[in-house]
Design a protein around this ligand. Structure first.
Ligand SMILES: [Zn+2]
Ligand SMILES: [Zn+2]
Length: 374
């Protein structure tokens, strides 16, 4: 449900009028998640996605119809106990236990249907400490009960003061608690510069540097660690946004590879996205249920204005037509398959970067090009 409140007081009143105890909700505003209303600052859009104690009660005519239907039988759809999460597209309330079960079942289905991980393989999860990778870590741990495989965590420290430090602490603590082997690499040590320093040099789009340089660390370190796969925390929203962005920017090949090489190469460790079929809000709720209540906020350099608009439009379409994001992701997936098949016949091959030896399509890889440019 989407609503606007111009102050904390207004938000509390609004929650009260909806019958939701203010301390019991997780609120997202401008894409950030807040476990408490106390953290809501002035103005802005807020979206309630999670409630701990009592589901919202509506007066007729207020909420969208799919909310109303579920609001009249506000128990967990499976066990009739107190619900914690509401899924609008299914008009279902779920208790924490059944929500977690559904979430893990979906991840398992995604992993199986794409053949993402096989029994006995060694997979690394790219763990930033944010909600997505935190959920991914937990979902993969649960998956190991049915499908035994080795799991380690790789954390990349880009060097963004205040933004990344705390997330890294969250990730370290969680890995210790779960007994997961964690490897941490920094931009400073691997590339000689933090992303902050790159941004300070006046580079127009530090995000593109960040993405390329991070991918290079992940791939080369995954190879060193003998990993078969690298798991990335991209969710359904990320996939749908990327698909739309590539259409808008007229970048069909990028669209087809989704930041992936279209050509296989033994030096490229395959990247998998086990959360690709799950909505961002549910990923956040799953992380929250596993004790993740830290809001990393938005990276100070983050997301271009265009991605931000696409995200906003997709959220509003999803509200009006539940299932929109899934349908976009699935047509994108179909097209990706067609492009990949057509390229297979061409038998393209990759070179090795003249400077660092990483596989790339030109003489020098993108990361080395960027670094020599600094
Ligand atoms: Zn239940
Ligand atoms: Zn290179």
């Amino acid at each position: 449900m989407k609503t606007t409140a111009s102050s904390e007081m207004e938000m509390i009143e609004l929650l009260y009028s909806l019958g939701i105890p203010a301390e019991a909700v997780l609120v997202s505003r401008h894409g950030k998640l807040f476990p408490e209303t106390a953290q809501i600052s002035k103005s802005g859009e807020a979206e309630i996605i999670f409630y701990k104690h009592k589901p919202p009660q509506f007066r007729p005519g207020e909420p969208p119809s799919h909310w109303k239907r579920a609001a009249y039988s506000p128990n967990c759809a499976y066990c009739k106990s107190a619900p914690a999460v509401y899924l609008p597209y299914a008009a279902q309330h779920l208790c924490p236990k059944h929500f977690r079960r559904l979430f893990e079942k979906r991840v398992k289905r995604t992993v199986r249907s794409y053949g993402m991980v096989k029994k006995g393989e060694r997979a690394g999860v790219a763990l930033s400490g944010g909600k997505d990778s935190y959920s991914l870590l937990h979902a993969l741990i649960s998956l190991r009960e049915a499908l035994p495989f080795e799991l380690v965590a790789i954390t990349v420290d880009e060097g963004i003061p205040g933004y990344r430090n705390r997330a890294i602490e969250v990730s370290k603590k969680r890995c210790r608690e779960l007994g997961i082997e964690q490897h941490i690499y920094s931009f400073r040590e691997e590339h000689g510069k933090t992303i902050e320093e790159i941004a300070d040099q006046g580079k127009e789009n530090p995000c593109s540097y960040c993405g390329v340089l991070r991918r290079k660390i992940l791939n080369s370190k995954a190879r060193e660690l003998g990993l078969d796969k690298i798991a990335i925390g991209h969710n359904l929203d990320d996939v749908a946004q990327t698909a739309m962005l590539n259409l808008i920017r007229n970048e069909p090949l990028r669209f087809a590879r989704f930041n992936e090489p279209l050509i296989e190469n033994e030096k490229l460790i395959p990247r998998i996205r086990p959360l690709r079929d799950i909505r961002e809000k549910e990923v956040a709720a799953y992380a929250f249920l596993h004790g993740h209540n830290y809001d990393s906020g938005r990276c100070p350099h983050a997301a271009t204005a265009l991605r931000w608009s696409v995200r906003h439009e997709l959220n509003s379409l999803e509200d009006q037509y539940p299932g929109t994001k899934s349908r976009i992701a699935s047509s994108f997936n179909t097209l990706q398959g067609i492009v990949k098949d057509s390229l297979k016949e061409k038998r393209l091959e990759l070179n090795e970067c003249r400077i660092c030896g990483e596989p790339c399509s030109e003489e020098v890889c993108m990361a080395c090009k960027m670094l020599s440019d600094l």
